[in-house]
Design a protein. Structure first.
Length: 82
């Protein structure tokens, strides 16, 4: 899990000892052009999101990416406004 790229991505590859996956889980940063002077105030294609990870026995897990759109998301059937 990483948020460095500020975007939503998931990629998997197969290794001799099993599948390996990586998730880019977005960011929670202000993405308005005014807040990104270090990018010459340009628009970005990043996504607001966070992840919920469920852990199971033997190292198994599931990843749920929760995207936030215009300050709102839906989690477990409830609308959440930020």
């Amino acid at each position: 899990m990483y948020g460095h790229w500020h975007d939503l991505q998931q990629h998997s590859v197969t290794h001799h000892d099993g599948a390996k996956s990586a998730w880019s889980i977005g960011c929670l940063k202000d993405m308005s052009p005014e807040a990104n002077g270090w990018l010459n105030y340009r628009d970005v294609n990043w996504s607001h999101a966070f992840a919920i990870v469920d852990f199971f026995e033997k190292g198994l897990f599931t990843v749920h990416i929760i995207q936030i759109i215009n300050g709102k998301t839906c989690l477990w059937g409830e609308i959440i406004k930020g």
